[in-house]
Design a protein around this ligand. Sequence first.
Ligand SMILES: NC(=O)c1ccc[n+]([C@@H]2O[C@H](COP(=O)([O-])OP(=O)(O)OC[C@H]3O[C@@H](n4cnc5c(N)ncnc54)[C@H](OP(=O)(O)O)[C@@H]3O)[C@@H](O)[C@H]2O)c1
Length: 314
Amino acid sequence: MMKAAVIRKYGGPDVFRIEEVEEPRPSAGEIKIRLQATSINPIDYKVRKGYLFFLSGFRFPKILCSDFSGTVEECGAGVTDFSPGDEVYGFTNGAAKGGGLAEVLCCKASLASKKPASLNFEEAAAVPLAASTAYQALTHVGGLKSGMRVLVTGATGGVGHYAVQLASIAGAHVTGVCRSSGEATAKSLGCDEVIAYDREDFRRSGQHFDLIFDAAGKYGFGDCRSLLTEQGTYVTTIPGPASMLRQILSGSKGRKARFIVANSNDEDLSLLRQWCEDGQLKPMIEAVFSLEETRQAYELAESGKIRGKVVIRT
Ligand SMILES: NC(=O)c1ccc[n+]([C@@H]2O[C@H](COP(=O)([O-])OP(=O)(O)OC[C@H]3O[C@@H](n4cnc5c(N)ncnc54)[C@H](OP(=O)(O)O)[C@@H]3O)[C@@H](O)[C@H]2O)c1
């Protein structure tokens, strides 16, 4: 048996219960991870609220949280990349036995990667989903290159704070959009310029960008189209029928609308690990909670008042 924070119905942060549940066993191709920490991403509370019931279904109990860091305890048949004792991090893509809010998780070995040696487990758990989203949106989808003018919304948020650092590492000129109280933080992350959205509307700044990454998911392509350079790309973190249609309609030439659906893979997590170990990429952590404090952790994460990530020690 293992300890986990489970939900038995959809609802607010008060639906979490600490329970003893059966420990999952790894199938072929899977690894069993003794978890140390997880972190909260908005998808986790969107699932908890039942907003994504058409994907998450009505089977309870559920163990939420996709991000994980921990130590491999057992390898299923055919796993050659990991051995018991390896320290790993990654995210489940919603396809695991269990979730991050537990002592143990089993997932496909391909979803995990070696943990950055320079980070402790709590710091490592703050990286996978948010930083992979930022990296994949900027490079795989947005075609980030040195010298580009890049605008990142939600510059001090979970995804945005990694996007600012990664665009800066790539040699882009970075403009961050955030609340005025986050201005100094956004600059410290690597923003060359900051537009405080509670003082100024970036859509009226008169500036043009090669890449607009709406990490906050607050602005549509229609809001941003006229700010893009002729071949510029807009990438949103909100996938769905509207973004898919916009992607099709905007085509592959001229100003393009794109969306990101992040996936956990060793290649990208290894690059992120390298930047962490080089000291170029740093997770920003607002607070760390224990598993028993899952409700409080979610309340804080959902308050709209945090910078970076909320971590839960498992
Ligand atoms: N598609 C995918 O694969 C994927 C992956 C990860 C996340 N997401 C989605 O991406 C979105 C952001 O995720 P996250 O983890 O970064 O969330 P988060 O940590 O809550 O950050 C959102 C940020 O947006 C800022 N913000 C709020 N209103 C804004 C506005 N009008 N203009 C500019 N910034 C604004 C907030 O801070 P301030 O108001 O203090 O500036 C906050 O820092 C969520 O909807 C999430 O579900 C999608």
